[in-house]
Design a protein around this ligand. Structure first.
Ligand code: NAD
Length: 487
């Protein structure tokens, strides 16, 4: 691939398995439709079989010693170059992302830029100090730790951030000297082909990154049971996370699972209500609510309930739903018909349970599009309050002060992200201390993470092997201890 030529765009045509540096087709293929217009096919992708996955692991195993033996600056050069190629092709990459899963083009561009930033961040991280030295009880011994690559790593990624999530797994995996078998979500396969080609063009040796397109449920055993597998990093739903956890439970495979969320916002009586409405509208609705960190519950103090509900209604009703390629669009379609149907089922449940639709109407006739929806009058025990909907839907519930709001916000199996809106420093700090979530915000939406700090959830949202920032080094390296005496 020439740097100035976009990588296989607009339509991959079947040769989407990257194994040992060669692109090949599968015995079968699958097509993807544009979620904004289901009549348009946006690519045909290899539907890998177990044999392809075995070939990918074999290639990753062969490449592992050589790649682990390269210098950090050689690996950093590849990551820097990948960042440069992604940025040079930013428009094309963003269009590909939008074609895959319907993200509004402005958000798609920001995500692609973020992926480039992540590659650049980890390129820099490779030159940071590694290991530690200790005093030894034996004065003639030098005692130190070494950080080595873990080995062959499997990365399984979701469709909701087709560039950013793979970037925050692949950059540290490859950067710290591991080789990778990567299985992206079916709906993100076009973006995955783009990213893999960018890394190949950046000079990654054959076999260091192997791309497997296809259906996760068909490849589960092949992906998780290969003897070469040393570590698995997965982002996706709790159900699939549990399948993966169980399938490697009796083997010593290092495992990182980042799962779903049901992220609460708390609006206290002293909050800046304009700010809270603005941030909660964004946090709940942007990316069509398909962010693991999206705000999906908001506990609003009774004193400011009426005023806040009206402000939020105004913000949400001002959002534009439509063609994701129009820069003025805030919300594109749901990523697929299946995803739209899942959201519709929750909205049907809301109607059955007698919830009030503050805004949002059923748009079942409009293919994958969903209106941003604000619900009140929902019982705290409802599935609407307890389950991840993964659509542009937020449930408002009344709260009576900080203690009550904290108790309700923490009453969930999830623990990914949370936020509080208040002008009172003591309340803000109390919320930061006691909110049971891996990421806590104050006066900000629940979504949005920066690449140089650790990211991940508590409780059912994560195995707590943190991603991003310096924390990523801990997962993608193995620590060994050396006792060194001169003779
Ligand atoms: P998903 O669990 O359906 O799929 C994720 C990946 O797993 C895909 O690549 C899929 O092909 C693969 N897969 C499916 N079945 C498999 C199996 N049996 N064995 C192995 N792999 C299998 O999730 P999704 O619908 O792609 O993504 C949405 C979910 O991801 C939401 O729950 C969201 O909260 C979560 N998510 C979490 C984070 C986070 O960092 N915590 C970030 C983004 C998304």
């Amino acid at each position: 691939m020439d740097n100035d030529r976009p990588p296989e765009f607009p339509q991959p045509t079947g040769r989407t398995l990257l194994i040992d540096g060669a692109w090949r087709a599968g015995a079968e293929s699958f097509a993807r439709q544009d979620p904004a217009d289901l009549a348009t096919v946006t690519g045909t992708f290899a539907r890998a079989r177990a044999e392809d996955v075995a070939d990918a692991y074999a290639a990753a195993g062969r490449a592992a010693p050589g790649w682990a033996g390269t210098t950090f600056d050689r690996r950093a050069t590849v990551l820097h170059e990948a960042a440069r190629i992604i940025e040079r092709n930013l428009d094309t990459a963003a269009e590909r992302l939008t074609a895959d899963m319907g993200k509004a083009i402005g958000d798609a561009r920001l995500e692609v830029q973020r992926a480039a930033t992540i590659f650049r961040y980890f390129a820099g991280e490779l030159s940071q100090p590694t290991g530690e030295t200790y005093d030894s009880a034996d004065p003639s011994t030098l005692l130190l730790t070494l950080e080595d690559p873990v080995g062959v790593t499997c990365a399984i990624t979701p469709w909701n951030f087709p560039f950013a999530i793979p970037a925050w797994k692949l950059a540290p995996a490859i950067g710290f000297g591991n080789t990778v078998v990567w299985k992206p979500a079916e709906a993100a396969s076009g973006s995955a082909v783009f990213l893999a080609r960018a890394l190949q063009e950046a000079g990654l040796p054959d076999g260091v990154l192997n791309l497997i397109t296809g259906y996760g449920r068909e490849l589960s055993s092949a992906l998780t049971s290969d003897p070469a597998l040393a570590a698995i990093t997965f982002t996706g739903s709790g159900g699939v996370g549990n399948v993966i956890r169980r399938s490697v439970a009796d083997r010593n495979v290092k495992i990182q699972l980042e799962l779903g969320g049901k992220n609460p916002a708390v609006v206290l009586a002293d909050a800046d209500l304009d700010l809270a409405a603005d941030q909660i509208a964004r946090g709940a609705m942007l990316s069509t609510g398909q962010r693991c960190t999206a705000t999906s519950r908001a506990y609003v103090d009774g004193e400011v309930w009426d005023e806040f509900v009206e402000l939020l209604r105004g913000r949400v009703e001002a959002m534009t739903v439509g063609d994701p390629r129009d820069p003025a669009t805030d919300l594109g379609p749901a990523a697929s018909l299946a995803q739209k149907e899942t959201v519709d089922d929750y909205l049907a449940l809301a109607r059955e349970e007698g919830a009030t639709f503050v805004c949002g109407v059923d748009q079942a006739d409009h293919e994958c599009f969903v209106s941003p929806t604000v619900l009140t009058g929902v019982s705290p025990g409802s599935r609407l309050v307890r389950e991840e909907i993964f659509g542009p839907v937020v449930v408002l519930l009344p709260a009576d002060g900080l203690e009550d709001a904290l108790a309700q916000a923490n009453d969930t199996e999830f623990g990914l992200s949370s936020t509080v809106f208040t002008r009172d420093l003591a309340s803000a700090l109390e919320f930061v201390r006691r909110s049971e979530s891996g990421v806590v915000h104050v006066n900000r939406e629940t979504a949005g993470v920066e690449p140089h700090v650790p990211f991940g959830g508590l409780k059912g949202s994560s195995t707590q092997a943190r991603e991003q920032g310096k924390a990523a080094r801990r997962f993608f390296t193995s620590i060994r201890t050396a006792y060194v005496r001169s003779g």
